[in-house]
Structures are given as structure tokens and as C-alpha cells.
Design a binder for this molecule. Structure first.
Ligand code: ATP
Ligand code: MG
Length: 413
């Protein structure tokens, strides 16, 4: 009888496996995210196996589409479409035979791993036996260092997985496992990358964009929407708050001299974003600032911005060069959206030479001329909420007023 080969997608994680006590919580998030991401590509059954997850694709009409989705699931270290067979050598050979059928490759290697020690053959013996099997069927040679084709064989007690084309996932931690943050999203290159980096650290990201309609055309809002739409592919559901900022800027212009305006604007943005964060249960803010990139991003000015906040401000790009950020934006597909020409609200009423070293008393003195509570209230109340979903039917993630108890203190290592 010919052994039965069953298609599946094999998913390995890395960082999660280092989490001793909280591994089940991380795995639960990863499993839920795999289910969410493939909700419209059924049938897909997510199965937890020792040390890995398996998406059973039996009867699935579009395994390639499933594979493509999983490349964007944070927490996934690598993934591969594989054949599942029983762990008998004959069945494993049938799967290897199917894989090399009609294929030409000038060199290859077998990389076998036993996930349990009681299997009758060692990894070396499996490599040898399968290597011979391949050499009998294809005109090729073994190359352990630089093979044209690597055939991976993972032997578990109940079944074995055979695959060749393994690709990296984003790595990191599953979205949702670290809590929720609010990203200050401009239309620029940096802030979308900073938001993504926090997703990769397990955060759900809510977005806030400040615009200056009607003083400027609505292009920045459209860019923000397009960016959130793109980034939603990594977290499946997003909320975007569009905050009218033009009127607030006009108030600032009336009483704050030009060099100080950027820091004052930024502090107002932080206060408004924080008020929105409290509504959604988010625990931190995220910006795309990178040290020294522009005048408002000196150590002194960053400190002034921090002083306006009570939540922690995360700046995942702080030590990155522009070209590193740009390369990341290109890989994410946000770059093309960000470089579309537009006039950001910060181009409105912004001086040519902003102050680079503002003192705390200086900023406070200037802000005393403003009715801060009224400006923050106007921003919060004027905010328009839009939601984004990917794929259709993924549904919203829950609003977390408080991080669930299991998720607090999850950093055991
Ligand atoms: P980006 O490329 O993200 O626009 P930038 O290098 O242009 O960053 P700044 O203009 O100084 O830097 O903005 C610093 C950070 O402030 C941005 O990364 C973003 O997090 C936030 N920010 C700036 N403008 C806006 C806006 N209109 N709406 C929301 N957040 C903003
Ligand atoms: Mg900008």
C-alpha cells in the first residue's frame, strides 16, 4: 500500500521557546493569530505539537495562500509547506520521493532531526539512508555545506514532516502577547516602521494621526489610512484615530515663538495620544523618532517631550540610521506609501530653525500661555475613529482596559 502523504504547513518559533513559565500564554496567542490570519482560507486546522505548530491543510485548495499569510505572523521564526507521513522509513521515503520527483538539483543534503530518542535510527543513519535513496533516483551529489536543495526531515513519535523550502517568518513575539500601545503615525517613513517593530515585540498597535484639514488637503489622512491598511496585515485588526490638529496649531502660533513650536506641538500630540490611549487601555506610546535625525530629536528635546507624558514613550528606531529604517520600510511595503508627496501637519506653521536645546522651564513658561486642557479636549473630542480588518472576517481584537493578569509579568526571562 502506498503511504499516505498529507499536506501541512509547519511553523517553528524561537523566542517563545525560551519563555519558561509563560510559554503556554505565548503559544495561545500564536495559535489564535494563525487562526485569525487564515480565517478566509479554510479548511485550516492549527495543531500544537511538541516544539512546533502545524497547520493541517488536508483538503485546503490554496496552501500557497496560507503560506504567504503566515510569513507575516510575528512569533513565527520559520515556516515550510511540508508533507506529513507516519514515522516508518517507507513512508518517509515516499514523501522524499514525491519531493524530488521531476526535480533537477546539482547537489543536496538531508537534514534529519529526531524529536525523540527512541526512534530506531539516529539522525545520522536517517541522513544516510535517505541520501542513498535520493542518489539512486536522481543524478546529483551530496553537498553538506552549500547544497542546491536541502531536504528537512523532522521525526516525531507519531508522525514525520518532510519539506525543502523553509523560509523565515518575522520572528519576535505574537501580536497581543505584550499588551497594547498607541503609535503616533505621521505620513513619513519612520513611524510606520516603529509601529511594526512594536508588533514584532508582541504589541497590538492602535494608531493616532494628526492632520491639518482644512488648512491642508486631506492627503496626509489618506496616507495614514494606506499605511494602517498595510500594517494591518501583521495584526489583522487596527484602529486609526484621525485627530484635527490645524486649529490647535493656530492657537500655538498665536503665542509661541517659531523656534519653540515643534516641541510644543509634539507635547500636545503626546497629551492627546495619551488621552486616547487611556480610552483603549493602551499602556505606552510609540514614535518614529531617531536620535539626532532632526532638530526635535535631540536628547534635550526628547526629554522635554517625555516630560509631557505619563505613559512611557517607546522609540524603537532611536538607534537606527535613516538608511536602515528605509530598508525596513521597503521590506514592509510602507515605503512607497510614505514617499507619496504630501504636506504633513508639521510642515504647517513650522519654523526653518527649530530650537534644538530647550530647557524645561522654557517650555513650561510658553505652555502657560496656552489653555492646555481645552486644546487636548478639542483634539480628543474631534478624533474620528476608523477600523481596518485583514482578512475579511478577522474581527476586532478585544479592547484591553487592563492587561490580563496572565500577561502582566510575562517577562520571566
Ligand atoms: P516620520 O518619518 O515618522 O514622520 P520624522 O523623522 O519625520 O518621522 P518628526 O517629524 O520629527 O520625524 O516626527 C517624529 C515623530 O512624531 C514621528 O515619527 C511620529 O511618531 C510623530 N509624528 C509626527 N507627525 C505626526 C503626525 N502628523 N501624526 C502623528 N504622529 C506624528
Ligand atoms: Mg515626519
Amino acid at each position: 500500500m502506498t503511504p499516505r502523504l498529507r499536506p501541512c504547513l509547519l511553523v517553528h518559533y524561537h523566542e517563545i521557546s525560551l519563555k519558561a513559565g509563560h510559554r503556554p500564554m505565548f503559544l495561545r496567542h500564536l495559535r489564535q493569530n494563525l487562526e485569525r490570519a487564515t480565517v478566509d482560507l479554510q479548511p485550516v486546522k492549527v495543531v500544537q505539537l511538541p516544539g512546533r505548530l502545524m497547520l493541517d491543510l488536508e483538503g485546503n485548495p490554496a496552501p500557497e495562500a496560507v503560506r504567504e499569510r503566515v510569513t507575516r505572523i510575528c512569533g513565527v521564526a520559520n515556516l515550510a509547506l511540508a508533507q506529513r507521513v507516519t514515522s516508518q522509513m517507507e513512508a518517509i521515503k515516499a514523501a522524499v520521493g514525491r519531493m524530488i520527483e521531476g526535480r533537477q538539483f546539482e547537489s543536496f543534503r538531508i537534514t534529519a532531526r529526531r524529536a525523540f530518542q527512541t526512534y530506531p535510527l539516529t539522525s545520522v543513519e536517517i541522513n544516510r539512508e535517505l541520501g542513498t535513496f535520493v542518489l539512486e533516483r536522481v543524478k546529483t551529489r551530496v553537498d553538506l555545506d552549500n547544497p542546491a536543495l536541502t531536504i528537512h526531515v523532522e521525526v516525531l513519535p507519531s508522525e514525520t514532516f518532510v519539506y525543502s523550502d523553509r523560509e523565515p517568518g518575522p520572528g519576535g513575539l505574537p501580536v497581543g502577547s505584550s499588551g497594547t500601545v498607541v503609535s503616533l503615525l505621521s505620513g513619513g517613513i519612520d513611524s510606520p516602521v516603529s509601529a511594526w517593530r512594536m508588533m514584532k515585540r508582541g504589541c497590538r498597535v492602535e494608531f493616532v494621526h494628526f492632520h491639518s484639514v482644512p488648512y491642508l488637503p486631506p492627503t496626509s489622512q489618506q496616507k495614514a489610512r494606506a499605511l494602517v491598511d498595510r500594517l494591518t496585515q501583521w495584526q489583522f485588526f487596527s484602529r486609526l484615530y484621525l485627530v484635527p490638529f490645524g486649529e490647535i496649531q493656530r492657537e500655538v502660533v498665536l503665542s509661541v515663538p517659531p523656534p519653540a513650536r515643534v516641541v510644543v506641538y509634539r507635547r500636545l500630540m503626546v497629551r492627546i495620544a495619551e488621552a486616547l490611549a487611556r480610552q483603549t487601555g493602551a499602556q505606552a506610546l510609540v514614535t518614529g523618532e531617531s536620535l539626532g535625525q532632526v532638530a526635535s530629536q535631540t536628547l534635550q528635546n526628547l526629554a522635554r517631550i517625555d516630560e509631557a507624558a505619563t505613559l512611557v514613550i517607546l522609540r524603537p528606531l532611536i538607534g537606527m540610521d535613516k538608511h536602515e529604517i528605509t530598508a525596513q520600510a521597503q521590506a514592509l511595503g510602507t515605503f512607497e506609501i510614505s514617499v507619496e508627496p504630501d504636506q504633513d501637519c508639521c510642515t504647517l506653521f513650522v519654523p526653518k530653525h527649530p530650537a534644538t536645546r530647550m530647557a524645561p522651564e522654557e517650555v513650561q513658561g510658553l505652555e502657560e500661555r496656552l489653555n492646555l486642557p481645552a486644546l487636548v479636549k478639542a483634539g480628543v473630542e474631534g478624533a474620528q475613529l476608523e477600523t481596518f480588518e485583514f482578512p475579511k472576517g478577522a474581527g476586532p481584537f478585544p479592547v484591553s482596559r487592563h492587561a490580563p493578569a496572565a500577561e502582566e509579568g510575562s517577562r520571566s526571562q
